[in-house]
Design a protein around this ligand. Structure first.
Ligand code: G1P
Ligand code: ZN
Length: 544
């Protein structure tokens, strides 16, 4: 066995963001760039000798090459076994499921989520811990610290593993098991939801659904679940072939990028139900016939209807949402008499709450919903959950959401993104907001009065860790909010995100376009933050 220790120099820019390290493919292709980061992960861990590591990715360009490198490094560093998805494919929630099911030490997930893929597009890598969830901040900080002082990495000299054949192989002393990417995950889904009822819905000849996998990782999962296990007609899953460049698309399931699906669901003779998922399968978008469900509402509706799904029959322990996510879920929690936690943006902050049994359902406004079944958000899980609710209630998506608003009131919500802003400009916008913060309380904007203004800080109720500077919040006395934060997942320049929310209790006023309902808040955001001035843009690049 030939283990080589290869000298290297640190790269200064390997700080993990909201969800791992994301860079353009050519950055990762620089000699030693990926190797350094992987070694930094291993060097920040203790006790993994002889243990199991799970490796897989969303199939984007460079996935296979990266996996071969990681396998040889895992072998050289003393892992006992690596489980890798066939073809190098594991959706992010499936990777979480496989880590948990096999009591692995941890996992490496290769993905840049919803960012485009291809030779000049994005690539990413993140480490998940033994609970199946993204490494918490103290781990990502340790990885970053290692990356700054690294001087060598270990690599086994060996030929590549055949990733396309399910089976067991030896790589030096280490076992490599190429596993079916879908099995464990599909089994888990079947244990959570009422598959008989969903099958009845999908085969009754009246209900039609359409699932857009956006040429990304969920294609094989969705086909197995909807078309094979649940009997939906072939063709229910569209864009189901994972491609290295996602068919040159932008695999982000929202109204802008999932346009194939949106055209179908908002067209003539539209099906009853539409859904899409992102590059690595953790995001979801839910559509009814000519109806869009905002992710914040989706979380609230699922929470309110949770007992219809077998897995949540006995009720929820609590709900958690990221800070910028609308407060619709809070109202459900209040009615159910359970806690609702407000965490910083990023799934890693839900891990402790789920592990401690404080929360059962979690969600983010960014098309992410999930539960304690894994430790990642889970796109297809959300789709199945919705189908379970629709099947049990025998109502349309639109009717379910409208009834929900009648009961709880409607939280109008929208996020305005300004992408590709020069970093200096974005930082100046934030700095200017910080300067105003102390003077905003009590200030009047039309009919709105500022109740509080702060930079969100979170103290984890389980381990007491504190995360500061998680986004500037301006709260108004009527419960409306504007939140500003910079994206932590981009690979070029900065993205300014502006989150807008207002509450409307009266059902007679629930029919507005959110951009109209939120127009006062949109102008207050501009007035306070001078967005046009700082970004040099006249309008957002994406509105969701
Ligand atoms: C974005 C979303 C966030 C999500 C993350 C990973 O992060 O806003 O909710 O957890 O992607 O999917 P951001 O770019 O805002 O840092
Ligand atoms: Zn994703």
């Amino acid at each position: 066995m030939n283990i080589k220790t290869i000298p290297t120099q640190p790269f200064a820019d390997q700080k993990p963001g909201t969800s791992g390290l994301r860079k353009k493919v050519p950055v990762f292709q620089q000699p030693n760039y990926l190797e350094n980061f992987v070694q930094a992960i291993f060097d920040s861990l203790e006790g993994y000798q002889g243990q199991t590591l799970v490796v897989g990715g969303d199939g984007r360009y460079y996935n296979r090459q990266a996996i071969q490198i990681i396998l040889k490094m895992a072998a050289a560093n003393g892992f006992g076994r690596v489980l890798v998805g066939r073809g190098g494919i594991l959706s992010t929630p499936a990777a979480s499921c496989v880590i948990r099911k096999n009591q692995a030490f941890g996992g490496i997930i290769l993905s840049a989520s919803h960012n485009p893929g291809g030779p000049t597009e994005d690539f990413g890598i993140k480490y998940n811990i033994g609970n199946g969830g993204p490494a918490p901040e103290k781990v990502t900080e340790a990885i970053f610290a290692q990356s700054k002082s690294i001087s060598s990495y270990k690599l086994l000299e060996a030929s590549d593993v055949d990733l396309d054949k399910v089976g067991s192989f030896k790589l030096g002393e280490m076992a490599v098991e190429v596993i079916d990417s879908v099995n464990d995950y599909a089994q888990l889904m079947e244990s959570l939801f009422d598959f008989d009822r969903i099958r009845e819905l999908l085969t009754n000849g009246r209900f039609r659904m359409c699932m857009d996998s956006m040429h990304a990782v969920t294609g094989p999962y969705a086909r197995r679940l909807f078309e094979q296990r649940l009997g939906a007609p072939l063709g229910t899953v569209m864009n189901g072939e994972p491609l290295e460049d996602f068919g040159r698309g932008h695999p982000d399931p929202n109204l802008v990028y999932a346009h194939d699906l949106v055209e179908i669901l908002f067209g003539n003779d539209a099906p009853d139900f539409g859904a899409a998922s992102d590059g690595d399968g953790d995001r979801n978008m839910i559509l009814g016939r000519q109806f869009f469900v905002t992710p914040s509402d989706s979380l609230a509706v699922l929470a309110a209807n949770a007992t219809l799904a077998p897995a949540y029959r006995d009720g929820l322990a609590g709900i958690a949402r990221s800070m910028p996510t609308s407060q619709a879920a809070d109202r459900v929690a209040e009615k159910l008499g359970i806690d609702c936690y407000e965490t910083p943006t990023g799934w890693k902050f839900f891990g402790n709450l789920l592990d401690a049994g404080k929360a059962t359902l979690c969600g983010e406004e960014s098309f992410g919903t999930g539960s304690n079944h894994v430790r990642e958000k889970d796109g297809l899980w959300a789709v199945l959950f919705w189908l379970n609710v629709v099947a049990a209630r025998q109502q349309s998506v639109e009717a379910i959401v409208k009834e929900h608003w009648q009961t709880y009131g409607r939280n109008y919500y929208s996020r305005h993104d300004y992408e590709g802003v020069e970093s200096d400009r974005a930082n100046s916008l934030v700095a200017a907001l910080h300067e105003q913060m102390p003077s905003l309380k009590g200030k009047q904007f039309g009919s709105y009065t500022v109740d509080y203004c702060d930079d969100f800080s979170y103290t984890d109720p389980v381990d007491g860790s504190v995360s500061k500077n998680q986004g500037i919040r301006i709260g108004f006395t009527d419960g409306s909010r504007i939140v500003f934060r910079l994206s932590g997942t981009g690979t070029q320049g900065a993205t300014v995100r502006v989150y807008l929310e207002s509450y409307e209790p009266n059902a007679a006023n629930h029919g507005l376009d959110p951009q109209v309902a939120l127009k006062d808040l949109i102008s207050i955001a501009e007035e306070v933050a001078q967005i046009r001035h700082f970004t040099a843009m006249n309008q957002p690049t994406v509105i969701t």
